[in-house]
Design a protein around this ligand. Structure first.
Ligand SMILES: [Zn+2]
Length: 184
């Protein structure tokens, strides 16, 4: 899928540390965070569960704060027009409507999200190939194991994958993900 939403402010790149695992290297970026309100996180989980075993997908709308952190205001739930458990394509009409809504709210398109019903929370070869925007956040929810795992990534040049620090906000205490348990 392509990102044709409003331009995202260029972010400062920080020192990286390689976690050195897997077939391609996932690097961890310091200082830059993506903040997801608990209610929106729940919404995403619920949707992914409802779509299972198909991949669920959508967009992330929000703001970039003065510290350069991304603050998700709304998780948009879009139709996976492929209805597949290994691929997703965002419904183009819904995509347009979501981006329009973000503009109306004064938000920006921060990235997208999708679920992996059977595989870990890391970009697949196809996810990397289709990652056109190096500034976007690509959030992936894995439902492979008993507990869902949500992670967020940046992808540069289709293969340099950087894990982004993801923080769920709005609960009693701010919780770092991957989330261990559902609240319900
Ligand atoms: Zn994927």
């Amino acid at each position: 899928m392509e990102f044709k939403g409003p331009a995202i402010q260029k972010q400062t790149r920080n020192k990286r540390q390689s976690t050195g695992s897997g077939a391609f290297s996932v690097q961890k970026e310091e200082h830059m965070k993506i903040l997801l309100p608990y209610g929106e996180y729940r919404k995403l989980l619920k949707r992914a569960a409802a779509c299972y075993p198909e991949e669920a997908c959508g967009l992330l709308g929000g703001r970039i704060d003065s510290e350069g952190n991304k603050r998700v205001e709304q998780v948009y739930l879009l139709t996976n027009t492929e209805h597949s458990r290994i691929h997703f394509t965002l419904d183009p009409k819904e995509q347009l409507a979501a981006v329009k809504d973000m503009r109306a709210q004064g938000w920006t398109l921060l990235g997208n999200w999708h679920s992996h019903p059977d595989t870990p929370s890391r970009p697949s070869a196809e996810d990397r190939r289709l990652a056109y925007d190096s500034r976007a956040s690509y959030m992936i929810l894995s439902l492979k194991d008993k507990e869902p795992v949500l992670r967020s990534f940046h992808i540069e040049n289709r293969d340099a994958v950087t894990a982004e620090e993801l923080v769920i906000t709005g609960t009693d205490a701010e919780a770092a993900v991957p989330f261990q348990k559902e609240a319900e």
